[in-house]
Design a protein around this ligand. Structure first.
Ligand code: MG
Length: 249
């Protein structure tokens, strides 16, 4: 069952979302050559705790970070590490979540480090655009499949791989709630969207093929063909006539 949040609950998620947006802006601008992913993680944790919120990834199923820091062919769930030093030309997906007053928000951005190749920039731009196109379908009376299909259609049009093993999700008191929101789907299928639904929508697109695998660290998901992957995510609430992005400043 997809939970309907009250206006008060959405307000709490909005407050959490602002913190997440602040973290992504701050940590995204720190992603420069020579910086370790652990440094990014520590800054993210510092900001979240300074705002009296709780990092919701830290300890989640045993994850050892406030952010997921996924570089180049890493898709999601990269573990922040002292020895993972960013270099010019890398792209890094930074994904984080914060809980405030019992409610979570979750968002991700992918940023370039130093000077990135045109193809890496294109992948980031197109993945960000696919999120915007998906969000344009979030309104009461639309089907969840419309959102998924918008992402899929754009990815296929641009010849990008679509990560199929990982999905967006409902969100609220818990980081992951129903429904599962794949980045592919059939228009007119899936649940009807209603005001009060809170959803984390997160396209993960690859420059190469769809397939991914998990590294031996048990967390880091990478593309099987070694191609670059990008990831963008927002937490949104379905409103009376559309949607509100909660993870913005
Ligand atoms: Mg998420």
């Amino acid at each position: 069952m997809i939970e309907i949040k009250t206006k008060e609950e959405i307000a709490k998620m909005r407050a959490a979302g602002k913190i997440v947006a602040e973290v992504l802006a701050a940590v995204g601008s720190m992603a420069k050559p020579g910086v370790s992913t652990l440094e990014l993680d520590k800054e993210a944790e510092r900001i979240i705790r300074a705002r009296k919120a709780i990092p919701c990834f830290l300890g989640y199923n045993g994850f050892r970070g406030t952010i997921c820091a996924s570089i180049n062919d890493a898709v999601v769930h990269g573990i922040p590490q002292k020895g993972k030093i960013l270099k010019s030309g890398d792209i890094i997906s930074i994904d984080t979540g914060a809980t405030l007053d019992g409610f979570c928000a979750d968002a991700a951005v992918t940023v370039g480090v130093g000077k990135v190749s045109p193809s890496a920039q294109r992948l980031m731009d197109l993945t960000k655009k696919s999120l915007e196109l998906g969000l344009a379908h979030v309104r009461p009376g639309a089907h969840l499949g419309d959102v998924s299909n918008a992402v899929e259609t754009y990815a296929m049009l641009n010849n990008l791989g679509i990560v199929r093993e990982y999905c967006g999700h409902g969100i609220g008191r818990h980081l992951h709630e129903e429904p599962c929101i794949p980045n592919y789907g059939v228009r007119g299928s899936g649940p009807l969207l209603k005001p009060g639904y809170a959803l984390a929508i997160e396209p993960m697109l690859n420059a190469g093929k769809d397939d991914v695998k998990t590294l031996s660290d048990g967390w880091t998901v990478v593309t099987r063909d070694g191609s670059l992957s990008a990831h963008f995510e927002h937490t949104v609430a379905v409103t009376e006539n559309g949607c509100e992005i909660l993870t913005i400043l």
